[in-house]
Design a protein around this ligand. Structure first.
Ligand code: PRX
Length: 701
């Protein structure tokens, strides 16, 4: 059960508390044409995956893979919450995504790369070409870098085909890759490299974004420096060149440390590297994500369970067939890209499109031109991109002759209005939509409609996916029943193969973050006593559909990207003039949520405007441009309880023009009105109420 600290945290601001509610929508049924060809069209599957058949139901997913050695135990739950999946099994993830597809599909496109500059040619890599390139890179990692099974490599790269090639080369040798989103700063990459203990980092010289060349390589120098401060020496930086033989970076290469991979590769032409048969439980990769503390955590994903889960869900929920052209517009630097651009689609011998740039470059017709040119029939994106494209070009999709059979939305709640534009205009009323709810920690989908079997409900993720048994708990650990209209914390009662193994080097954090809150008995060896706490608020309708409201912890989901408020606050506090800082989520029309920063200055500092600018640049340097706040407010003091705790909830209410509630018990109640006037002007307080059918999160206690 929650500790007093948890309850205290529960009274703080969270995304779920400022969630914008909408009314229950009518069902929309999947088109008959889709159903006719769907991978998952027989309703018997529901019976096969019911709770009685847990955990053996997951054999169905693992059997989609090729194993070097078959497993003997599907789930070993003997040491909760450290689950083991497909115990005794051995397999190689790269072999499953590349080699095994050669027999039937060697001439088929595995990846299609679409450069951002529209005059640069699109090119496809067949499975045979992918095989050749992955082998050569694996040889470089092994023989040039001296890396071996179990070592970690930090990959800080943009969306170019060399990114999945590098990941697969690591997987071939059982090297654990840790991909850091290309838009994060070098400092952020260095911190993650240090935590993972990487001595090799992989970079790109530059890339194109919004019509400009981004010089990416300078980040490597910052990364090496930050990693060094953390006690981790980086021996080698391998640099991919966006254009062979040219250098997009202005930064000089450091002799003896930095190497252009295309130069090194000349010595490895035609090399073949046998895939290493890995234990099903061997880690495949780390993915760092933000949590409730200042330090990002390395979600450690296993080889067998993860690959089985993403393959099974990509087949059944993304409906990927080898002949489809599948385009997920996410970045591979996030979990969506790992699971549903690289591992899931390739394990199914799919064709996966990689787009380098921003969706609206050079105009809002770009995605639809790409779809038309490549004949994409499965499309996958986020509500932020949908809102952005709708705003910039509401009628653009009509101009292009593409036809989607299937579309995904992921990463944030989607409001029914945006959903309808996606369905009517982007999908031309021909495509089924899945709204998939899940998290970095989860490996793959947790809630979604089964595309051919369940009707869609705009704004709701839908029922749990096969083999997942959720429950909504209130703060006291009581079940919040379906149809009550009350929000609570969504938890998953059972383990599943895609769940992370642990937090890298931090088992305690894994337990405390995800399992402590609702664990029924810490000594219990029964998985039923260990529900997974997802840190999302949700409402369960009477029909069994879940609507996700957003995070209940100190995480802000900005345009589908996770940022920790504590991480942002610690970055602000590195400035000597800043006395205190608080970061709160603010509702944004396009990005869903964005951070706003409140800062008080140290005594004697008067130049607030300068500090405000410094706060912005510091956040960009320490974290990356995605952390740029909507506003920085320099305020005389931050509202605090008598025990000195900063009341972010009050600040969030001001930023979101909601009611601040009773503030009379604060240590400094006057400052609240002062800040309100500063932010909102002197007019009356505007309160934003949701419709009656759903109570605000936290009102149910
Ligand atoms: O709040 C939920 C939101 O995104 C968070 C997870 O973010 P991340 O780990 O970066 O993974 C994003 C892609 C899987 C969740 O805690 N979220 C994700 N999908 C949805 C969603 N919120 C509402 N609806 C979704 N479909």
């Amino acid at each position: 059960m929650g500790s007093p600290q948890d309850f205290e945290r529960g009274t703080e601001v969270s995304e779920a508390q400022i969630a914008v509610h909408w009314k229950e929508e009518e069902f929309v049924h999947p088109p008959a044409k889709f159903i006719g060809q769907a991978n998952l069209a027989n309703p018997d599957v529901v019976e096969r995956f019911n709770e009685e058949h847990f955990p053996e139901c997951y054999r169905e997913y693992a059997d989609m893979l090729t194993w070097n050695q078959y497993w003997h135990t599907t789930l070993d739950a003997g040491n909760p919450p450290f689950w083991k999946w497909f115990v005794g099994g051995k397999l190689n993830a790269c072999y499953n995504c590349v080699d095994r597809n050669l027999a039937k599909y060697k001439n088929k496109a595995a990846l299609i790369f679409v450069p951002e500059p529209e005059d640069e040619a699109v090119y496809a890599l067949t499975y045979q070409e992918l095989f050749v390139r992955v082998n050569e890179v694996a040889a470089v990692l092994r023989d040039f870098c001296g890396l071996k099974t179990g070592d970690r490599v930090t990959v800080h790269m943009p969306m170019i085909p060399e990114l999945p090639i590098t990941m697969l080369a690591c997987a071939r040798l059982g090297i654990i890759h840790s991909v850091v989103f290309g838009g994060f700063s070098g400092e952020a990459a260095g911190l993650r490299a240090a935590d993972s203990g990487s001595r090799v980092m992989i970079y790109a010289d530059g890339y194109y974004r919004n019509g400009k060349v981004v010089d990416h390589k300078p980040g490597a120098d910052n990364a090496v420096e930050v990693a060094g401060q953390e006690g981790q020496k980086i021996d080698k930086i391998l640099v991919w060149r966006r254009h062979q033989g040219q250098n997009l970076s202005t930064k000089p290469m450091v002799k003896g440390r930095d190497y252009f991979i295309d130069d090194v590769l000349k010595d490895f032409k035609g090399c073949r590297v046998d895939p290493v048969a890995m234990d099903a439980e061997a880690p495949l990769f780390l993915m760092y994500t933000s949590g409730t503390t200042g330090k990002p955590k390395g979600c450690q994903h296993r080889t067998g369970g993860y690959l089985a889960y993403v393959t099974g869900t990509a087949k059944y929920y993304q409906d990927i067939h080898p002949e489809d052209v599948y385009w997920c517009m996410a970045d591979i630097g996030w979990i969506t890209g790992h699971s549903y651009i690289v591992y899931g689609p390739l394990a199914l011998a799919g064709t996966s499109v990689l787009y380098e740039g921003v969706p609206t470059y050079p105009d809002a017709g770009r995605p639809w031109r790409i779809a038309e040119q490549l004949d994409v029939n499965i499309f996958h994106t986020s509500p932020t991109a949908i809102r952005m494209l709708r705003k910039a070009g509401p009628d653009e999709p009509k101009k292009y002759k593409y036809h989607f059979k299937h579309m995904t939305t992921v990463g944030e709640p989607i409001e029914p209005e945006a959903w309808r534009w996606y369905y009517d205009v982007v999908g031309k009323r021909e495509a089924v939509i899945v709204d998939t709810w899940w998290q970095t920690e989860n490996g793959g989908f947790l809630c979604s409609t089964k595309p051919a079997l369940n009707p869609m409900k705009p704004g709701s993720a839908g029922p749990p996916v096969l083999g997942i048994f959720p429950m909504i708990y209130d703060e006291q650990g009581n079940e919040v029943p379906a149809g009550s209209g009350r929000a609570g914390n969504i938890c998953i009662r059972n383990p599943w193969p895609g769940i992370m193994q642990t937090v890298w080097k931090d088992n305690n954090r894994f337990v405390s973050q995800y399992y402590q809150k609702y664990c029924k008995d810490r000594n219990s060896k029964d998985w039923r006593d260990w529900p997974y706490f997802a840190a999302d608020g949700a409402v369960l309708a009477a029909d069994g559909y879940y609507r996700i409201l957003g995070r209940v912890d100190d995480v802000i989901n900005v345009a589908g990207h996770r940022l920790g408020t504590k991480e942002l606050e610690s970055a602000c506090l590195t400035l000597t003039d800043v006395a205190e800082a608080a970061v709160v989520p603010v509702v944004d029309e396009i990005k869903g949520r964005v951070p706003e920063v409140y800062v008080s200055l140290k005594a004697g500092v008067s130049d607030g405007e300068r500090v405000g600018r410094q706060v912005v640049s510091t956040l960009e340097t320490i974290i990356g441009k995605i952390a740029r706040p909507k506003a920085v407010h320099i305020v005389p003091d931050l509202p605090k309880t008598r025990s000195g705790k900063i009341m972010r909830r009050v600040l969030a209410a001001i930023s979101n023009t909601m009611d601040t509630g009773d503030v009379t018990t604060l240590a400094n109640p006057d400052v609240v009105e002062q800040i309100r006037q500063q932010i909102q002007g002197k007019g009356p307080v505007i309160t934003k109420e949701g419709p009656e059918d759903v109570k605000r999160f936290g009102e149910n206690e």
